[in-house]
Design a protein around this ligand. Structure first.
Ligand SMILES: NC(=O)c1ccc[n+]([C@@H]2O[C@H](COP(=O)([O-])OP(=O)(O)OC[C@H]3O[C@@H](n4cnc5c(N)ncnc54)[C@H](O)[C@@H]3O)[C@@H](O)[C@H]2O)c1
Length: 349
């Protein structure tokens, strides 16, 4: 039987959840509640049931689960209220701004004996899945470094995302996705050092971008960058491995792989530059390098709800676990700490 899900917050993302749940093969939409009556009115016009209050929604015994899709500063209170009311909960990202607050939410879930997870939906992004596939297949060997970037040019949105008290800023908005993705790729490697610079080009109160370096044990590194003032974008992903490299130039593009066939070269054609010739930096040819694209992996965002509903029935483990979410939050805390101190911070995360 389909699970009944209600959504708190009918803004951009709450609207997205409603649209998906209405098409879902495992869930149906019970209704929404939004603190802003105008948003409630819009939901009514979309033929969606609107609860009069959060309490009315939480008292509805027909509801199996609640999605919390409100601004970041309201997540903790709403999630704990929903759990205490006996509901299972999906919370939007970032679940909270601190590990401490998240632990309070997990403790409430534990007490209530309810499922509580976070919508880290960019684990289903095709570009990320392509990187995961290349690394997982071992086709270019072990990872040395991964670089993940998102570049926009319109500054930070002019809503609550520009306000510190509401959990604004790009580390919390986009960083949480990119860090989550990278930590999925480095699930078993401990981070020993974090170094982060934030930018404040269009907004002085919160970061409108950041550059984050993660240093793992065994020498692996990751670089994560979000910019909102980049009029030309850097590649979405760059992967350096022991036997080759891979690059995704843009999230609509296929991954391009360069696989080393032989290290030694006989006749390197030098590149002519104004300062002279270079063989060191000359590109390789097909004798020692294989270059190919990989097909874009298939992805279905509904797999998130399928997994959640199967977990409600005890048939699957939740894919997005508290341990993973806590690790991402800790990295974000360390990123803020490093940026404030202007230096790298040691850790064991
Ligand atoms: N996972 C994703 O891809 C993704 C994408 C966008 C946003 N989000 C997340 O979703 C959440 C909401 O973002 P958004 O872009 O929809 O914001 P939004 O401003 O478009 O919508 C938020 C809505 O919540 C309502 N609201 C505020 N406080 C409330 C309360 N106490 N009770 C009920 N309703 C309340 C507002 O009236 C508004 O309609 C944020 O946590 C954001 O980070 C996630």
């Amino acid at each position: 039987m389909k699970k009944k899900i209600a959504v708190i917050g009918y803004g951009g993302q709450g609207g997205w959840h409603c649209k998906q749940i209405l098409k879902s093969d495992v869930a149906e939409l019970a209704g929404i509640y939004d603190i802003n009556p105008a948003r409630g009115q819009l939901a009514k016009e979309d033929n969606i049931h609107v609860y009069e209050s959060a309490d009315a929604l939480l008292k509805d015994t027909d509801i199996d689960a609640v999605v919390v899709a409100t601004p970041n500063d309201s997540h903790k209170e709403l999630v704990i209220r929903a759990l205490n009311a006996g509901k299972n909960v999906i919370c939007e990202k970032p679940v909270e701004v601190s590990v401490e607050a998240f632990d309070e939410m997990c403790a409430a879930a534990e007490r209530a004996g309810k499922l509580f997870t976070v919508h880290q939906n960019r684990r289903w992004d095709v570009d990320f899945l392509a990187m995961k596939q290349i690394i997982g297949s071992g086709q270019i060997g072990d990872v040395i470094r991964i670089e993940s970037r998102i570049h926009g040019s319109r500054g930070i949105p002019s809503d609550w995302r520009g306000t510190k008290a509401q959990g604004g800023g790009m580390i919390l908005d986009w960083g949480v996705h990119l860090i989550d993705q990278v930590l999925q790729l480095f699930e078993k490697d401990k981070i020993q050092k974090v170094y982060c610079n934030t930018t404040n080009i269009t907004n002085k109160e919160v970061d409108d971008g950041f550059r984050l370096n993660l240093y793992f044990e065994n020498g692996k590194t990751a670089y994560i960058e979000v910019g909102t003032y980049n009029f030309l974008a850097m590649p979405r992903f760059y992967l350096q491995c022991e036997n080759g490299s891979a690059l995704i130039s843009d999230w609509t593009k296929k991954a391009h792989v360069a696989k080393l066939k032989a290290w030694n070269e006989k006749d390197v054609l030098p590149v002519q530059t104004a300062a002279g010739i270079t063989k060191t930096m000359a590109p390789r040819d097909e004798v020692t390098l294989d270059e190919y694209d990989i097909e874009r992996p298939l992805s279905d965002v509904h797999d998130f709800y399928r997994n959640f509903c199967a977990a409600l029935d005890g048939k699957e483990e939740m894919l997005i676990t508290h341990k993973q979410v806590r690790r991402v939050l800790r990295v974000m805390e360390l990123a803020f700490e490093s940026s404030e101190q202007g230096q790298a911070v040691d850790c064991n995360v």
